[in-house]
Design a protein around this ligand. Structure first.
Ligand SMILES: NC(=O)c1ccc[n+]([C@@H]2O[C@H](COP(=O)([O-])OP(=O)(O)OC[C@H]3O[C@@H](n4cnc5c(N)ncnc54)[C@H](O)[C@@H]3O)[C@@H](O)[C@H]2O)c1
Length: 344
């Protein structure tokens, strides 16, 4: 795949600098902000006339919010000037090297749209879907240009959660994966490339594992809905914003992740069985995870790495002292009302 394409006749702009977003709902609009905010020209197609007519206004309002918060590197007007909303799909796909499809989560709609996009674009154009759940092999397998089709699943919204999963089908070319990865890096989104397709990808599988247990705990009367949210927000979530769950296991237990697996592996296996899941952590997997986690840590000694974790948590705590979370405030108000009610 030749990524160094000459300027296109249609726009006079180097195609390398120009991408398309198809579908301008919540995710499409957010991708427009990410791409244009990073200096790329963005051509947009949205099928709904009313939505298409308001897309520029929606993007303008979002840019204004981010600019007020000091989160843009460029003038909002300059960013907006890089966005072009087109009346047809064909026009939006002209002169671009990458397409981020962000239409509704409907297999038939994606199948039809990818057929059209495959027909309307050159074979060097990467066709990526924002889909949360549908694998590329179910919407692109029959296309002549299926080798440039893949999933690029963002966190919502991608201008805040700056990570996306790249999920290739077994027919996706290495060049298309590399091009998607390079583009994400260019726009300051961390690319995570899955080895192969799996339903729900990884983001939603992890989210699903937590939600499955959360629903059971609420159903069984163990915890209130509000308290479960607080436990994740102020506990697990706060720690996970600094280190992931594997690094947590390595640094929370003296003896590291191997010891953590020894002590807590059987407990978690029992909890899984309680929910009808038999997936004990094998010694081989624990060994692999421990080796890979340790290879990523900055120091050889466990104590030194724990010190780094504590430094990171301290820095976060300092930032959070000035963090005014309107949703947490509402929770505090509910708690205060409950206390007053108890006392009366
Ligand atoms: N909302 C999330 O949390 C989230 C997170 C990650 C990924 N996604 C995925 O992103 C995609 C979009 O989700 P959303 O939440 O933005 O949906 P949305 O309903 O807000 O927006 C979808 C837009 O696509 C338009 N559309 C429908 N068919 C079209 C077509 N053929 N051509 C052009 N436009 C078309 C609709 O008019 C609508 O404006 C979905 O595949 C979804 O699974 C969503």
């Amino acid at each position: 795949m030749d990524l160094l394409l000459p300027p296109t006749a249609a726009t006079g702009t180097a195609a390398r600098e120009q991408v398309a977003v198809v579908g301008a709902g919540s995710i499409g609009t957010a991708w427009i902000v990410v791409f244009a905010g990073a200096g790329l020209r963005v051509r947009v197609y949205e099928a709904n006339d009313a939505v298409r007519a308001t897309t520029m206004g929606t993007v303008r309002a979002k840019l204004a919010e981010l600019a007020t918060a000091g989160l843009l590197d460029d003038d909002p007007a300059a960013i907006l000037a890089r966005v072009c909303v087109c009346d047809t799909l064909e026009d939006a796909l002209t002169g671009v090297h990458y397409v981020q499809e962000s239409v509704i989560e409907d297999l038939d709609v994606k199948v039809e749209l990818f057929r059209e996009m495959d027909r309307l674009t050159g074979r060097d154009v990467v066709l990526a879907s924002s889909t949360s759940t549908i694998v590329a092999s179910s919407f692109a397998a029959d296309l002549p240009g299926r080798d440039r089709c893949l999933v690029v699943h963002p966190g919502n919204p991608p201008y805040f959660l700056r990570v996306a999963e790249i999920v290739p089908a077994d027919f996706t070319s290495a060049e298309a994966i590399a091009a998607a990865r390079d583009l994400l890096v260019e726009v300051d989104i961390a690319p995570v490339v899955l080895d192969h397709e799996v339903e729900g990808f990884v983001f939603n599988r992890l989210q699903g594992a937590l939600l499955r247990e959360a629903y059971c705990l609420v159903r069984d009367g163990v915890i209130s809905v509000a308290d479960l949210d607080v436990l994740v927000r102020d506990g697990l979530g706060r720690r996970w914003s600094v280190i992931g769950p594997f690094t947590t296991s390595e640094l929370n237990t003296r003896g590291g992740l191997r010891r953590h697996g020894e002590v807590l592996g059987p407990v978690y296996a029992r909890l899984g069985l309680e929910r009808g899941q038999e997936n004990p952590w094998t010694a081989e997997t624990i060994e692999r995870v421990a080796t890979e986690v340790q290879a990523q840590l900055p120091h050889r000694e466990w104590e030194d790495n724990v010190r780094e974790r504590d430094r990171a948590m301290t820095n976060l705590a300092v930032l959070l002292r000035t963090f005014d979370n309107p949703l947490a405030r509402r929770r505090e108000a509910v708690r205060e009302r409950a206390v007053v009610a108890d006392e009366t």
